[in-house]
Design a protein around this ligand. Structure first.
Ligand code: FE2
Length: 276
């Protein structure tokens, strides 16, 4: 990374690195995700991912997926009678959350020297790979993700986390690209989503609404990498277009930071977090 890109990341809380992923890797990840979905049998379990009413819509299938490969449906994938509006391949919202540990193709991609160098350059010391997601943002029904900070869901003390968002297709306003508030990472953590005896809940530290009029669209071409600071407010809108918007995401944390037991994402003792 160049100094100018590092400065952008520090000033804005995000930076776009164009052309980070080559054509071959984009294609390989897409093919692999398609194979996984093909093998997934929706008769096993149907779990929906939604950022609206997140406490209510989160289920055990989600909460125990931190060290597994699991499949989550778009909220709008179903007809009123419970059948799918579109084929399975056009109904999955995302796959998560340990592709980087459990699938050889995603592991090879995720544990590259190139990615390790980026993490080190922005100051994540001894980076550990915490979470991976393959996000489909399906045509016509791709759900919105409301404005949030990733540290709300993946908290570390100190806050030492970076999100890597790899565009596997062009991301535009039309198909639901990311939006972010430049510099918003300096305004502190608004909430934490924590496990409690009564299930999941939000601990609120700051009740003010996000200044969403300050959001800017991050339209990027296929192969781009967007780095997102853990405190950066960002969101995406629904995809109503006929084009999908596939992305792969990784979250890296510093091995020296404390990872609390009340974060939603927990790993079994037999599958501890690993670095590169
Ligand atoms: Fe996020």
């Amino acid at each position: 990374m160049f100094q100018r890109e590092l400065d952008n990341y520090r000033d804005n809380g995000f930076v776009v690195l164009e052309g980070f992923v080559d054509e071959g890797d984009c294609a390989q990840l897409r093919v692999r995700a398609a194979e996984m979905v093909q093998k997934f049998d929706p008769a096993e379990v149907v779990s929906i991912f939604s950022t609206n009413e997140q406490n209510r819509t989160t289920d055990d299938y989600f909460l125990t997926s931190g060290d597994k490969i699991r499949f989550f449906f778009e909220e709008n994938a179903f007809n009123v009678d419970g059948t799918l509006k579109y084929e399975k391949e056009k109904s999955i919202n995302k796959i998560g959350h340990a592709l980087h540990d459990l699938d050889p193709i995603f592991e090879r991609f995720s544990r590259s020297e190139k990615i390790k160098d980026v993490a080190t350059a922005i100051g994540i010391t001894n980076p550990l790979l915490l979470q991976s997601m393959y996000i489909f943002k399906q045509p016509n029904i791709g759900g919105e993700v409301t404005c949030h900070q990733d540290s709300t869901f993946l908290y570390t003390d100190p806050i030492d986390i970076v999100g890597l968002w790899f565009a596997l297709e062009d991301a535009t306003i039309e198909n639901g690209c990311l939006w972010a508030i430049p510099g918003g990472h300096r305004s502190g953590l608004k909430s934490r989503w924590v496990r409690s005896n009564e299930g999941m809940k939000f601990d609120i530290f700051d009740n003010k609404p996000w200044p969403e009029d300050q959001l800017v669209p991050l339209e990027v071409s296929k192969g781009s990498l967007i780095l997102l600071h853990g405190l950066l407010p960002h969101r995406s809108f629904e995809n109503r277009s006929p084009r999908s918007r596939h992305a792969y995401t990784l979250h890296l944390i510093s091995a020296g930071a404390n990872y609390p037991a009340d974060n939603w994402l927990q790993r079994s003792k037999t599958m501890p977090l690993r670095g590169f």
